[in-house]
Design a protein around this ligand. Structure first.
Ligand code: SF4
Ligand code: MG
Length: 320
């Protein structure tokens, strides 16, 4: 359960310097060990905020955050250090997250040195070589600089760096969105392989439903900072219930990722500073009624494990 009002977000919103932005509100989900939970939604829905909350880059204003049975919400930076070793983040733009002036070997060795994980330089070099082979690169690639690699190779380098600390949990924020479709598939397959071999757990953030279908065990759909539907991936794709999920699914050309993405969902995403009353999706929803405009829907559990926050589904006006 997360709830956050990060004050620094206000600064980037012109004309509203004093307003509190509830970036994420009442978002509650569980990720099982060794599985992939994906968060999907249009840009600005709060997916990345949740990712940053999970790794402790943002502090929740209320709510709990459990990792391996321990509540980690509100831990200090120092208290988070041993936990950060077990959870690593992979970002959308590998180039921005790799120091251009460092050789790859030093980029990957940095977490090893920071957490003091190898004894001696020879052991560090050996481990870096091992990590490079893990991600399909050669130990010789360590001598080069990030600009000497393609986008896909750079993402392999960030994955190698993320794996250096032997994490159990990877938070991947749009890890392939900056890559060509064919390279995207290679990186996603590599991530799946690594998950199998190393028993990793993923929180996967993406706006691309085809990618999410390919990667996930469970999926949470976010709209304006709230989870509107959570379900096992198959259930969500075969039997979407929330009108927003249905709208999102209508935009996928096919699920094998060969086609181009279609235009984004029709209708504007409202301003998160001043969200619509009741169900925030009501201005775009063909099923909206007076109750929808007044009352915030709470998640309701379905018999097949899905959870849906929608009055229409609850009342049976929308087939579930
Ligand atoms: Fe549509 Fe009402 Fe359901 Fe919101 S609660 S998605 S407005 S039917
Ligand atoms: Mg984002």
């Amino acid at each position: 359960y997360f709830d956050v009002s990060p004050p620094f977000l206000n600064r980037v919103i012109e004309g509203a310097p004093r307003q509190i932005l509830k970036a994420v509100d009442g978002v509650s989900f569980e990720i099982q060990k060794g599985r992939t939970f994906s968060l999907v939604g249009e840009s600005g829905c709060g997916k990345s905020t949740v990712a940053r909350l999970v790794v402790g880059l943002y502090t929740p204003t209320r709510g709990a955050l459990q990792f391996e049975g321990q509540n980690i919400a509100g831990l200090t930076r120092k208290q988070m250090v041993p936990i950060r070793r077990k959870m690593q983040m992979i970002f959308q733009d590998p180039y921005a997250s790799l120091n251009p002036r460092w050789r790859v070997v030093d980029i990957i060795a940095e977490p090893l040195r920071f957490f003091d994980l190898t004894s001696g330089e020879a052991a560090t070099q050996k481990r870096v070589g091992e990590l490079l082979s893990f991600v399909g690169l050669s130990p010789k690639d360590g001598l080069k600089y990030p600009h000497e690699f393609s986008g896909g190779q750079r993402q392999r380098i960030s994955i190698a760096r993320a794996l250096a600390t032997r994490p159990r949990f990877l938070i991947c924020d749009e890890p392939t969105s900056a890559l060509d479709v064919s390279v995207q598939a290679q990186i996603l397959n590599l991530m799946k392989e690594l998950q199998r071999e190393l028993g990793l757990t993923y929180l996967f953030i993406s706006h691309n439903l085809a990618v999410v279908y390919h990667m996930s065990d469970d999926v949470g759909v976010m709209y304006l900072g709230k989870l509107v539907e959570v379900a096992p991936a198959r259930t969500l794709f075969v039997k979407p219930r929330h009108p927003y999920t249905k709208l999102l699914l209508d935009t996928i050309p096919d699920l094998d990722m060969k086609g181009e993405e279609r235009a984004p969902v029709a209708g504007e995403v409202p301003n998160p500073i001043n969200p619509p009353s009741g169900c925030t999706f009501h201005p775009r929803c063909p099923f909206a009624n007076d109750r929808c405009r007044a009352e915030i829907p709470q998640p309701i559990a379905m018999p097949d494990g899905a959870k849906v926050a929608c009055h229409g589904v609850e009342e049976g006006r929308i087939p579930a």
